[in-house]
Each structure stands twice: as structure tokens, then as C-alpha cells.
Write a protein that binds this ligand. Structure first.
Ligand code: ATP
Ligand code: MG
Length: 516
């Protein structure tokens, strides 16, 4: 085989070992200055190659190959232990890339334009490096390519990064394509869809190509259509959890919760959207709210009907029964006076005694009727207002239970609707009953004051304290009734353990609902 035409693999010519450039560049004569300068240049070049991880090489048609220092490093070999040549080079090239490298060299020697070429170097220790090769041919006097010069650049790290980026992109693509929720990417400038996933196609009923010919506005229900300006404003900040009404291809309206984020899509800014159909969830939530509101309204009506009924019975008992008994009492008094005014015969003495006894019974009946009427509806509420009624109730409570009870009303109190004073009174009454029944307290403090734009009523005892589980369950009727009354005034009710011990019931109702 003629060395001239053999490119690779080929044996280096006998007795003519290729000399590394470094050796060739060593000063060999007495002109030391020039030699030193040359050496400096050589060192500079070598340093630069090491930093850039670029090695340079030279090869002629006979297979002679000369390497710069960096070439040895890239291939993982030591200069005086490895002699580069067209013969030895293939042992340092990955078997899968050897044929391609050979073709490249053949093509370069044939004068063809050789583009950059990437392949793997296989080091003696078994590790692989990716390199990019570039080469240029030099023409001899016969017009043929006599030798090639070129570079190898170690691009292993870049390749690794590229692979990582490709893998990440594939993973994100998978996240997009296989996501069970509709997802799309749109151009914020035109609102045009740039990509949609299968779930979006399935959910909205548009084919992918139809989607890609549409804009975001085509999805929005006309009545809920946001202006383009609005959408553009929202770009600034990912409108997390925004709710949009969309129309499906078949015309049905759906509620979509949208999470959007600006991303770089094929080199330009775009918005990626994850949409979650919350139509059913919102319908159920609305049903629950509606039925809760209906229940509350019903309870309120029941309570006010009950209140009216109590007031009516209370009036009847007080007015009619009370009047009748008072009439009876007056008659008995009259008879009593007639009988006792003169000196009655003995037979009438017994009658007088009976009359006095009946009169006493009538007195007792009148007191009983007044109490009954008061219990049915505390007249004190209408006559004394909330503060007065509470004072009376506190006194009764203290007498009946033996638990000391203080009332602190910070006057002046704002005017309030009768329903509000009724509700606060009954909350206090239930709280006091609970103290008497459950707390084993020695002291109760009631405080009523205006707070901000509302009223605040607190009943605090120093007893055993309430079990928080009972409060969070909101199942027992007494607590539920208190809370419902506070809610029906548009307020809230809190029941907590008091400090250091006992229970605190706080009702806060807004004043806005209280007519002045
Ligand atoms: N001031 C309090 N101190 C300690 N425990 C309390 C207090 N108030 C309520 N509790 C506890 O909370 C429970 C629920 O109270 P709630 O008023 O709802 O029901 P009740 O008083 O047992 O019955 P009722 O339906 O007749 O009111 C009580 O059974 C009691 O265990
Ligand atoms: Mg109770």
C-alpha cells in the first residue's frame, strides 16, 4: 500500500517518527533570545489550548500525525508513552465512530469541504469524551492536498448540559401532553393558541387544528369575555386561581379555574395555562350555601313566629287572665270588707275566713300569672331595653343559682333593632343557664359594649371550662341556638376557654344592620 494515498489506518514511516510540535519548537541553536521568545510563544499557545480545551494536530498522506500537548490530555494519554499516528489513532476513537472519522479524513484529503464533526474519544481508562473536530487541507505543488491541519475541542460538558436540557424538555413535554387537566400555551400579544394538550382537546371538544386557529377569546363565554387589555394587564402577574367562564364547542358553559405562568416558548415569551374544571364543585358548593341560607331563613322565621306566639300568649295571660283575676280579687275584697265592717253573726265568720283565704289565693294567682307572662316574653326587654333586661336577668340568676354575677354595660349603647336586642338577650340567657348547669363557677361577668361599628356581648365564668371538641362539633342545641342568633344578626359567636379558667362566650354583631 502506497503511503501517499493511505490515510488511515496506516503505519508511520520507519525511522521517521512524528515529532510533537512542542519538540519541533524547542530552540536548537545559539540564538538564545529568539529561541526564548519562540519558547514563550509556544508556552502561551499551549496554555491557551489547555484553558480552551482545544488541541491542534497535523497529518500528512503518509499517516504521520503530530499532536499539540492538549491533544494528549483530551485523549487521556501521556506524550512519551503514546505515539500518535494514523495507525494508533483509531484505538482512541469510540468503535461506533471510527468509520465516520475515517470517512471524514478521506473526504478532507480528497479536497472536499469538511464541516465540523462531533464524535467520541475512548480513553485508555475506558472513559469517553465528546470532541468536535475541525480541519483544513493544505495543497501541495501538484494541486493535491498534502497535509491536513485541524483542531479537536473537548465538548463533553456542553454535550452533557445539552442532554440534560433535552431530557428536561422531554419531561416537561410529557407533563404537558399527559396532564389530565386541560393545558395550553398562548401568545400573550395575540391571545392565539400555540399548543394544546390532549386533555384540552377532549374537554372542550375542538380538534387540535381548530384550537390552533383560535384565540383565548374564542373560548370565553361572550357574557364573560374579558377585554384584551385586561388579559394583557394580568400578564404582569400570574393570575393564580383566577376563575373564567368558558364555552365548550357544543355550547355548554363551564367554570374553569386557571393558573398561568409566563414561559419562554420556542424563543419568545408565552403563557402556559393549566385549567381545572370547577363547574361541578362550584355547583355543589352553591347548593350547600343555598340550602344553608334557606335553613337559616327558615330557622329565623320559626324563631320570630315563636317569639310572636309567646308575646301573644304572654299578653293574653297578662291582660286577660290578669284582669280577670284582679276583678275576682276586687270582688273578694269587697265581700271581705262588707263582712268585716259590721259585727257579723257567727255564721258569717266562717264565710269571712273563706273569703280572706280566697283573696290570698287570688293574690298568689296574680303573682303566678305575672311570672308566667314574664317568662314567656320578658316584658323588661320592651320596657327597659337590653341593658335593663340584662340587669334584671343577672339579678334573678344570682338569686336563683347563688353564683355571683356582675354586669358591665358601657353606655351609651347605640339604638338597635328589636330582633338584635332579643337575640343578644337570649344568648345571654342561654349562656347563664349553661353556667348554672355545667360550669360549677363562683363568678360570672357579663359585659356589653359597642365595639367598632357593632355591639359586643361577653359572658365569662370562672368555672370548669368548656371542652373544645364540644364547641368545634357545634352539635348541641344550646350552643347552636346561640350561634344561629348571632349569625342571623350578621354577626359571629365565639366560645372559648377563658383565662386562667372558665368559659367565655362572645357575640359580636355589626351595627350596620341595626337601624338608628
Ligand atoms: N359555661 C360552661 N362551662 C362548662 N361547660 C359548658 C359551659 N357551657 C356549655 N358547656 C358544655 O357544652 C355542652 C353543650 O352546651 P349546650 O348549651 O349546647 O347543651 P346543654 O346545656 O347540655 O343542653 P341544652 O340543649 O338544654 O342547652 C354542655 O353539655 C356542657 O358540657
Ligand atoms: Mg345549654
Amino acid at each position: 500500500m502506497a503511503h501517499d494515498d493511505s490515510v488511515f489506518p496506516v503505519s508511520p514511516p520507519e525511522g521517521d517518527p512524528a515529532k510533537p510540535i512542542v519538540q519541533a519548537a524547542r530552540p536548537a541553536d545559539a540564538r538564545l533570545q529568539a529561541a526564548d521568545a519562540l519558547l514563550d510563544k509556544q508556552q502561551l499557545l499551549s496554555e491557551a489550548q489547555r484553558i480552551a480545551q482545544i488541541g491542534s494536530w497535523w497529518q500528512d498522506r503518509s499517516g504521520r500525525l503530530v499532536w499539540s500537548e492538549e491533544m494528549y490530555r483530551i485523549h487521556g494519554v501521556v506524550p512519551n508513552q503514546f505515539a500518535p499516528s494514523a495507525d494508533t489513532l483509531p484505538t482512541l476513537i469510540h468503535p461506533d465512530d471510527r468509520a465516520a472519522v475515517r470517512e471524514l479524513l478521506v473526504a478532507a484529503f480528497a479536497g472536499g469541504a469538511v464541516a465540523e464533526f462531533e464524535f467520541r474519544v475512548l480513553r485508555p481508562d475506558g472513559s469517553e469524551r465528546w470532541v468536535v473536530a475541525r480541519t483544513e487541507g493544505a495543497t501541495d505543488p501538484e494541486g493535491k492536498i498534502g497535509h491536513l491541519t485541524g483542531t479537536f475541542q473537548d465538548i463533553t460538558e456542553r454535550r452533557k448540559a445539552e442532554v440534560a436540557v433535552r431530557e428536561a424538555a422531554a419531561r416537561y413535554r410529557q407533563l404537558f401532553d399527559a396532564n389530565p387537566h386541560p393545558m395550553w400555551i398562548y401568545d400573550p400579544a395575540t391571545l392565539r393558541f400555540l399548543a394544546v394538550n390532549d386533555a384540552a382537546v377532549g374537554h372542550y371538544g375542538y380538534r387540535r387544528d381548530e384550537f390552533l386557529g383560535m384565540t383565548l377569546n374564542d373560548l370565553s363565554a361572550p357574557e364573560a369575555l374579558p377585554s384584551l387589555a385586561e388579559v394583557k394587564r394580568e400578564e404582569q402577574d400570574p393570575h393564580q386561581g383566577a376563575l373564567w367562564q368558558h364555552r365548550l364547542r357544543d355550547g355548554r358553559l363551564i367554570d374553569m379555574e386557571i393558573v398561568a405562568q409566563t414561559i419562554d416558548f420556542e424563543g419568545r415569551p408565552a403563557r402556559v395555562v393549566l385549567a381545572h374544571d370547577v363547574t361541578e364543585r362550584r355547583r355543589v358548593a352553591k347548593d350547600v350555601l343555598d340550602s344553608r341560607a334557606a335553613l337559616r331563613a327558615l330557622m329565623q322565621r320559626l324563631r320570630s313566629a315563636q317569639e310572636d306566639e309567646r308575646a301573644r300568649i304572654s299578653r293574653h295571660v297578662h291582660d286577660e287572665l290578669g284582669q280577670l283575676l284582679t276583678g275576682l280579687k276586687l270582688d273578694l275584697r269587697w265581700v271581705e270588707q262588707r263582712l268585716s265592717g259590721t259585727d257579723p253573726p257567727m255564721a258569717l265568720h266562717a264565710l269571712l275566713d273563706r273569703t280572706v283565704a280566697a283573696s290570698e289565693l287570688a293574690d298568689q294567682a296574680i303573682v303566678a300569672v305575672q311570672r308566667l307572662a314574664g317568662e314567656l316574653r320578658p316584658g323588661s326587654l320592651d320596657q327597659l331595653g337590653l341593658a335593663g333586661a340584662l340587669a334584671q336577668r343577672a339579678l334573678q340568676f344570682e338569686r336563683a343559682s347563688g353564683v355571683a354575677c356582675t354586669l358591665d354595660v358601657r353606655e351609651p349603647l347605640p339604638a338597635m333593632a328589636q330582633t338584635v336586642s332579643d337575640d343578644l338577650f337570649y344568648i345571654c340567657q342561654e349562656a347563664l343557664t349553661n353556667v348554672a348547669r355545667h360550669a360549677q363557677a363562683t363568678l360570672v361577668r357579663i359585659e356589653l359594649r359597642s365595639e367598632g361599628s357593632g355591639l359586643r356581648l361577653e359572658i365569662e365564668d370562672n368555672g370548669l371550662g368548656i371542652d373544645p371538641a364540644v364547641v368545634t362539633a357545634w352539635r348541641s342545641l344550646g350552643l347552636l341556638g346561640m350561634r344561629e342568633r348571632a349569625l342571623s344578626c350578621g354577626g359571629i359567636l365565639r366560645i372559648e376557654k377563658a383565662s386562667p379558667r372558665g368559659t367565655s362566650v362572645v357575640a359580636q354583631v355589626p351595627l350596620a344592620q341595626v337601624p338608628q
